[in-house]
Design a protein around this ligand. Sequence first.
Ligand code: FMN
Length: 304
Amino acid sequence: MSDLKTHIGSLSLKNPVMTASGTFGYGLEFADFVDLSRLGGIIVKGTTLEPRQGNPYPRMAETSQGMLNCVGLQNKGVDYFCEHIYPEVRGLGTAVLVNVSGSSPETYAECARRIAELDDIPAIELNISCPNVSQGGMAFGVTCEGAASVVRAVRAAYPKTLIVKLSPNVTSIADIARAVEAEGADAVSLINTLMGMAIDAERRRPVLSIGTGGLSGPAVKPVALRMVWQVYEAVQIPIVGLGGIMTATDAIEFLLAGATAIEIGTANFIDPTVTVKVIDGIDEYLVRHGFDSVREIVGLAHQT
Ligand SMILES: Cc1cc2nc3c(=O)[nH]c(=O)nc-3n(C[C@H](O)[C@H](O)[C@H](O)COP(=O)(O)O)c2cc1C
């Protein structure tokens, strides 16, 4: 067995495999399939200051090599999380992170402030990249000024590990990553979904209720890998890589591109046990190639 431990800021993970927000519920829904204590971490559903209904149905569509969604951050709000969900997830034996969203820097910061009070939540992931909400969301993540304004407000309110989740729907991901690093982000995670759409030719209408949605799954992997590669060369802070990871080999490619940890999203819908298979596969790869620790392979593909 190799040493799978890794660190993101002051956050220690038993291994680099976490679940992506919105694709694994609160973890509890998967407890029948997966020993949750084996996971590096669980990043729970997007959480906002106030409850949100999300968008009307249909809000999922299958595409070739991927899926589209426009769920729109449906959740019961941060107070519900603190009162009802937190007591259930705090003893799962893995790091539980909350994915925080908002419609203004102030609402992001207030949501983060409330989560900071929860002793057993060691970090948040700030979602400045949701493509499926009309106010806030991705609007902040597509300009350096917008991204910086949210991170500045949240950094002042949140003292623990702050991971900022970036949107791929930008011209220069490196510029956005530098902007959030300058405001004190401890790490970046990338990518959120790519804007896309599907049209039903028979009905001559968009498939999704709001027309467009976020594309995820294997189709986005080369884009995500390229962005992790570019951000690794642009910033000093750790990177959490995701987008289309289906297998251990996919995960290893992200580590080699510069990710310190990875997240698995859409693959959970296809195989609810994929996370543990990826953990075992990373270990097997490290042993086979003679590496003692997973930390040794982070960014290795950049070596000339
Ligand atoms: C149904 C669904 C819901 C999602 N909800 C969220 C969310 O609440 N917050 C967030 O930051 N990302 C959300 N995402 C994006 C994923 O966390 C992830 O960034 C994206 O799907 C790419 O990874 P994947 O290809 O492994 O799925 C959602 C994705 C899907 C498919």
